[in-house]
Design a protein around this ligand. Sequence first.
Ligand code: ADP
Length: 451
Amino acid sequence: MLLRLASFLIVVIVSALLAWLLGDWRWEIAAAVVAAVIWVAVDGWRASRVLEGLRSEPPSFPVRAGFWGDLSERVRRLMRTREQQTQLAETRLQEFLAAIQASPSGVVLLDEQGRIEWCNQTAAQHFGVDAQRDVMQHVGNLVRDPVFAAYLASWNYSREVVLNGPPGTTSGGGAHPLRLSVQVHPYAGNRRLLLSRDITALEQADAMRRDFVANVSHEIRTPLTVLAGFVETMQTLPLSEAERSRYLGLMAQQSQRMQTLVNDLLTLSRLEGSPPPPTGQWISVRSLMAQCEEEGKGLSQALTPQGHQFGFSGGEGVEVAGALPELQSAMSNLLSNAIRYTPGGGRIQVTWRTLPDGRAEYCVQDSGPGIAAEHIPRLTERFYRVDRSRSRETGGTGLGLAIVKHVVQRHGAELRIESTLGTGSSFSIVFPAARVRAAFKTPAVSALPAG
Ligand code: ADP
């Protein structure tokens, strides 16, 4: 400012001095006035150019020198710094939004009136809203669930609420209707952050766990009640030696049943918790088949006086990669089911064959009662039984096929079940080609006796 004042005075004084040299004091005054007017006009013109430049879009800075040039330069630098800061803030905002978009939880930002300011795609799916179109719509108009409406209006958000998803929506495109856990967190005065979580799988797992515990309790309680009854009888009644030994036999049967159940439960939990079966451990299929044959014939004799007509074929010179105890248990399980559900005298064919595409199939076919089509998809569920009494009579726990399914999945194989009521059933395990090979000369790991 001082510089500007000095320049103005210099111009005026120099003009006056020049006029004084010309010799008349009136010229002196006139020159000073003219110089002042010209100075102001030039200065005003430069100022207007600066202003014009600043008004244009994008702003330009035509004046480079002098006071106005200096001012323009400072404005330009200030604007550039602001621009960089805004750009940085915008990038950070976009990164934050991208991170919230990637979240598996639904996130909705509500303004003071409860209108949607922003929501991520997950929230849009959870609540059936459109992340763009429904911005600034009141959330209460879009999510009509009365439980949600009451929760939102209560302003007490210490707990979360559980809601059904919009009609027709399922969790992850699966079969179960969507269930949501929603919680609101107030922030910045009366603004609200709404978080939603898909808890369908969690609720399903919880229901399954409850069912499982109820099933196990029921399975254990039944033999335990029978056992307790016999103990009481033996304690209270005078029994003959023959009666005592009959009761003890029945008691042994019940405790055996409980033991089998506990063993099957332990097998299942071991399968769930153990690392995947090895791919480099090769087992002789022949020895697996031989073990099945020995166990199967023994079981058949024990169950029916006339036994079954067995046929065993295939498996020579072939090896399969996997965990020996698991494979033996799955293969024996399928055979023992065929024996237990096929009446005495029935035919049971056990086959190992290599398929044209290099895969291999272990198949147990029986001439038993067969299974109605509606039961087939559920056979591998824990404790699912079609013929409950036959299962119990023959020592079944309802866990056999659940164990087989686990083993099959762990080996990358496939369990196929085909059955026709009144004709018989066929259960097969199809192993992937990578787990099957022709036996080498070196001796393979052989199947160990069960137990
Ligand atoms: P369980 O211990 O009861 O045999 P599984 O899981 O092995 O349990 O089998 C489930 C149900 O499938 C059985 O209860 C039975 O009703 C049916 N099932 C299994 N295998 C056969 C078969 N070969 N023939 C007819 N029914 C079968």
